[in-house]
Design a protein around this ligand. Structure first.
Ligand code: SF4
Ligand code: SF4
Length: 105
């Protein structure tokens, strides 16, 4: 095969009709606020643990909507509650994270 010096990356497309979003639905039932998240990123931008652990609540919620496992990201959260102070939708983010941890347990 000819070497062009580059290769095509595997597609990262997600077929939303086929992913399992049951965890997201369970979270929304327990914490209806999860449904009104607009993925603005304010929580991730101000996250105390973000720079050290990669924690971002925006990514957590987006990951759940895409049927991805976000457990490892949650372990970086210190439950400081800073994200709840900046959320423009007034979501009780700290409580949402706690609820999600309980769902994973
Ligand atoms: S509660 Fe967790 S996600 Fe929110 S700012 Fe603190 S460390 Fe970050
Ligand atoms: S700040 Fe609130 S609305 Fe914005 S991404 Fe985070 S949880 Fe969602």
């Amino acid at each position: 095969m000819t070497d062009f010096g580059f290769k095509l990356s595997k597609s990262s497309a997600i077929e939303l009709d086929k992913v399992d979003t049951s965890l997201y639905e369970r979270l929304c039932q327990a914490e209806p606020g999860a449904r009104i998240c607009m993925n603005c990123g304010s929580c991730g931008a101000t996250c105390t643990a973000g720079p050290y652990s990669g924690m971002s609540l925006r990514k957590v919620i987006l990951g759940l909507q895409r049927g991805q496992d976000v457990r490892s990201m949650l372990s970086g959260c210190m439950l400081c509650g800073k994200c709840s102070m900046v959320c423009p939708r007034g979501i009780n983010t700290r409580h949402l994270i706690l609820t999600l941890c309980r769902i994973y347990d």
